[in-house]
Design a protein around this ligand. Structure first.
Ligand SMILES: [Zn+2]
Length: 450
C-alpha cells in the first residue's frame, strides 16, 4: 500500500490532536491523600524524621508537618493512618531494559513471537516493577515507547519511564545482535528483526550515527544510549575492544546536544571510557574494569557513573559469556570503592535481562550495596542520587519536577514501609509484604491499610 497525501494529512491531524490539552471541568479540586503519623526517610538524611503528617494534592507533596494537617477545603482526601511506619521516596532503577527483561532470548527468537506478544509481556513486567516499589526507571535500550505512553495515559500500570529507544551500535558492537550467518546491510544483508523492533540500530560512520540518534530523539528518547566498548552478553565483541571512533561518538553527542540532552555509553575499560569522555559523553554505564586514574578523571570532569552490582552469567549462558561476565563481576568491588573514594557522581541500576524469573533481584540487588556503603547511603543512592541522573535529560525529561525526595513541592512518588529500612535494609527485599502503600504521581497503586 502506498503512503499518500491523505495518509500524511491524517498523521498530521493525529499529531495535532494529541498535542491539544485535554479539556478539564472548572472548579474540580484535584484529589488529595493525607498520610498521618509516619516517620520519613526524605531521600538524603541518615535517620528518620519525628512522627509527621504528609499531604498530597494532585501529584505533588504540598505539606509536611509534625502538627495535624487539615485537608484543603473542597478536597476529597483519602486518609491513610501510617501507624508510625516509614514513608520514603519510590525506588529508582537507572539501568533497565523493560522489553528484554520480560522474555528469555529463546522466547524472543521464537518465530511464533510477535512484537505485540513480546510488548504485552513487557507491559506486565512494567506493572510488576511498580509493585516492587520502583516508581521510575531509566530504560537504556529497547522498544519501550508504546509501553511508556500507555502508562502515562493511565491505560497501563508501571513506573515513570525515561526511554533511550534503540541502542546505537557499530557493526560487530555490543548491540549487533545478528545471527552469525547474517551479513551487513552494506554487503548484501537485510535489516534484522532486532532493528525492525527497535531494540538496536546498527550504525556506522558519522552520517548513520547522526540518523540513528535523531531517530531515537524523534521517537521521544529522554537520553541516547551508545555502545562504546565490548560486552559480556554479546557474541562478537571481546571485553577489551573499543567501539566507535572518536568522530562517530562525537556525532551522537552533537545530535543529542542539539536536543539539549545527553549520551550515555556502555563501556567497561579505561580506553573506551576515556574516548567517550573526550567525545563529550555525560554518563558511563558499567565501568567495572576501570583503573583508578580513569575513575579520577570521571570525578574531575563531573561525568556520571551508572554502576551495577552484577551477578555471574546464568548457567545456561555460553562458556565465553560466563568468562566475560566473571571478569566484569570481579571488577565491581574496585569500581564501587574508587567511585566513592573520588566522589564520582554515582548512580545505580540492575541491568537484568532475558531471565524473567530473576526480576525480583531488582530489590535484592540493593542489599548488595552494603558492601560499600551504609543502608542510609544505599537508600539515598537509589532515590535522591538516581533522580539527579534522571534530571540530566533537561528539557527532554518527560516528568519535570523533583523526584527521589520527600519534601514540599516534590512529585508524589512514595512508599510506606512496614518497619525502618534505614535500620533494616532487608525490608526492601520483600516489597509484597513490606511496602504497604505504593504511590506514583499522587495515585495509589497499592494500599494494604484501607
Ligand atoms: Zn544494559
Amino acid at each position: 500500500m502506498r503512503y499518500g497525501f491523505a495518509d500524511g494529512l491524517r498523521a498530521l491531524l493525529i499529531l495535532i490532536t494529541a498535542a491539544l490539552p485535554v479539556a478539564q471541568a472548572q472548579d474540580v479540586q484535584p484529589p488529595g491523600v493525607l498520610i498521618e503519623n509516619v516517620r520519613i526517610f526524605n531521600g538524603t538524611s541518615d535517620r528518620l524524621s519525628a512522627p509527621s503528617n504528609v499531604l498530597v494534592v494532585g501529584n505533588v507533596i504540598t505539606s509536611i508537618s509534625a502538627k495535624p494537617i487539615a485537608a484543603p477545603a473542597g478536597t476529597t482526601a483519602t486518609r491513610i493512618q501510617g501507624g508510625g511506619r516509614t514513608l520514603m521516596p519510590g525506588l529508582i532503577d537507572n539501568h533497565v531494559h523493560i522489553f528484554m527483561s520480560a522474555s528469555s532470548q529463546a522466547e524472543m527468537l521464537d518465530p511464533k513471537a510477535t512484537f505485540a506478544s513480546l510488548e504485552a509481556k513487557a507491559a506486565e513486567e512494567a506493572r510488576l516493577m511498580l509493585l516492587r516499589g520502583f516508581t521510575a526507571a531509566r530504560d537504556v535500550g529497547g522498544p519501550v515507547f508504546g509501553i511508556k505512553r500507555a502508562i502515562d495515559q493511565g491505560k497501563s500500570i508501571g513506573p515513570r519511564i525515561y526511554p533511550s529507544g534503540a541502542m546505537i551500535s557499530q557493526t560487530s558492537g555490543h548491540g549487533d545482535f545478528r545471527m552469525p550467518e547474517d551479513r551487513s546491510r552494506r554487503f548484501g544483508g537485510q535489516i534484522t528483526a532486532g532493528e525492525l523492533m527497535g531494540i538496536g540500530f546498527i550504525a556506522d560512520g558519522r552520517d548513520e550515527v547522526l540518523t540513528a540518534t535523531r531517530e531515537d530523539l524523534r521517537a521521544g528518547a529522554s537520553q541516547i544510549k551508545v555502545m562504546a566498548g565490548g560486552g559480556a552478553a554479546s557474541a562478537y565483541d571481546p571485553l577489551d575492544v573499543s567501539q566507535y571512533t572518536l568522530d562517530e561518538l562525537k556525532a551522537a553527542v552533537e545530535a543529542a546536544d542539539d536536543w539539549n540532552t545527553y549520551v550515555t555509553v556502555h563501556a567497561y575499560t579505561p580506553r573506551a571510557v576515556r574516548r567517550a569522555v573526550e567525545a563529550g559523553v555525560k554518563c558511563i554505564e558499567h565501568g567495572q574494569l576501570l583503573d583508578e586514574a580513569t575513575m579520577q578523571l570521571l570525578a574531575e570532569k563531573g561525568i556520571w557513573l551508572s554502576l551495577q552490582a552484577l551477578d555471574e552469567a546464568p548457567p545456561t549462558a555460553s562458556a565465553v559469556t560466563k568468562a566475560k561476565k566473571h571478569t566484569v563481576v570481579e571488577g565491581t568491588d574496585n569500581a564501587f570503592k574508587w567511585a566513592r573514594k573520588y566522589h564520582v557522581k554515582l548512580a545505580w541500576g540492575t541491568d537484568l535481562m532475558f531471565v524473567p524469573a530473576q526480576m525480583k533481584n531488582q530489590n535484592t540487588d540493593i542489599l548488595k550495596l552494603t558492601a560499600w556503603m551504609t543502608p542510609a547511603e544505599a537508600l539515598k543512592l537509589v532515590t535522591h542520587d538516581n533522580a539527579q541522573l534522571l534530571a540530566l535529560s533537561g528539557p527532554r525529561n518527560p516528568y519535570p519536577g523533583k523526584l527521589g525526595v520527600i519534601e514540599e513541592g516534590a512529585l508524589a512518588d512514595m512508599l510506606l514501609v512496614d518497619g525502618d529500612p534505614v535500620a533494616n535494609l532487608n525490608l526492601i527485599a520483600d516489597p509484597g509484604r513490606n511496602f504497604v502503600v505504593i504511590m506514583k504521581d499522587g495515585k495509589l497503586y497499592k494500599n494494604l491499610l484501607q
